[in-house]
Design a protein around this ligand. Structure first.
Ligand code: DGT
Ligand code: MG
Ligand code: MG
Ligand code: MG
Ligand code: MG
Length: 268
């Protein structure tokens, strides 16, 4: 068919194909969740409902979109790592970013009521997105380590901060003053001596965030089989399925990567 005289407008579209052989990371982050968490009465400093809803949305993203090898989330953010060799949407950056963020956002609204049973969603939340390429496995591991270290630093700070406010009755400004210039060891000490809390016993999900990986899991299902003479019988069958599984473990050390070498394997 002949081209219309309008076709030339296509040439104005920018080429945003990303470099081959790089890990493609899409990170999204809740827009103004400082306000959103206040308005929806999130528990401080960690709200299980909010964190689990984030993870549910991230699982949906991994299952619905192609080629995601691993994801990592904490607070109001999630990072999705697409395989180095992915050819999805001809590696166009805008396709990766917009599909991740829109699938995540619609899931957040769709699944809200399953997690926030008696808290209505008061207004439509939004998420920003960015895309970063990492050429080496070490770069990628360092990126994920950076996010997990951020989770740890913020969570330690927030845990002491809210103890000082909620238990010791300090004002937020006083608590901030009290913590100014303190190191991790000092914060651990305050938690232990003043609140009898061993930080290392705090829930792993709060301290480490959530890692999502693909794992083969065995599922036992009951199946009806037909027998001669119109008879039916129920039998148990084991099926192996690949599922997205959440873990709350350390990903900074080598152990995780040694345990799951397939995540970084070249031929995936
Ligand atoms: P942004 O990302 O620049 O649009 O602004 P914010 O306000 O989203 O800032 P950000 O992303 O740096 O910080 C995340 C906010 O979300 C922070 O104010 C704490 C809040 N938040 C995240 N998870 C929880 C939670 O489990 N409980 C509570 N109470 N707040 C949370
Ligand atoms: Mg921000
Ligand atoms: Mg945010
Ligand atoms: Mg954030
Ligand atoms: Mg279309």
């Amino acid at each position: 068919m002949a081209k219309s005289k309008f076709e030339y407008v296509r040439d104005f579209e920018a080429d945003d194909t990303v470099l081959p052989n790089c890990w493609i990371v899409v990170r999204l982050d809740g827009r103004n969740f400082h306000r959103f968490s206040e308005q929806h009465e999130f528990k401080k400093p960690n709200d299980d409902r909010a964190l689990q809803l984030m993870t549910k949305c991230a699982q949906t993203v991994m299952q619905e979109l192609e080629d995601i090898a691993i994801a990592y989330g904490q607070s109001d953010e999630y990072s999705f790592v697409f395989k180095k060799k992915s050819r999805w949407f001809k590696r166009r950056a805008s396709k990766f970013m917009t599909h991740v963020v829109s699938q995540f956002s619609s899931s957040y609204v769709f699944y809200w009521k399953d997690y926030f049973k008696d808290q209505q969603l008061l207004y439509p939340p939004g998420f920003d997105g960015r895309i970063v390429l990492y050429p080496s496995n070490q770069n990628l591991k360092d990126y994920l380590s950076w996010r997990q270290a951020d989770c740890h630093i913020n969570n330690l700070y927030n845990t002491v901060f809210w103890m000082l406010v909620q238990r010791s009755g300090l004002t937020p400004v006083q608590a901030q003053e009290r913590l100014r210039g303190t190191l991790a060891g000092d914060k651990n000490e305050i938690l232990f001596s003043e609140f009898n809390i061993n930080y290392n016993n705090e829930p792993l999900m709060y301290r480490k965030g959530t890692v999502l990986i693909w794992q083969k899991v065995n599922e036992v299902i009951t199946k009806k089989i037909k027998l001669p003479k119109e008879e039916e019988k129920e039998v148990e069958v084991t099926r192996t399925k690949t599922k997205v599984v959440p873990l709350h473990c350390d990903i900074i050390g080598d152990q995780f990567w040694e345990e799951y070498p397939e995540i970084l394997a070249e031929d995936r």
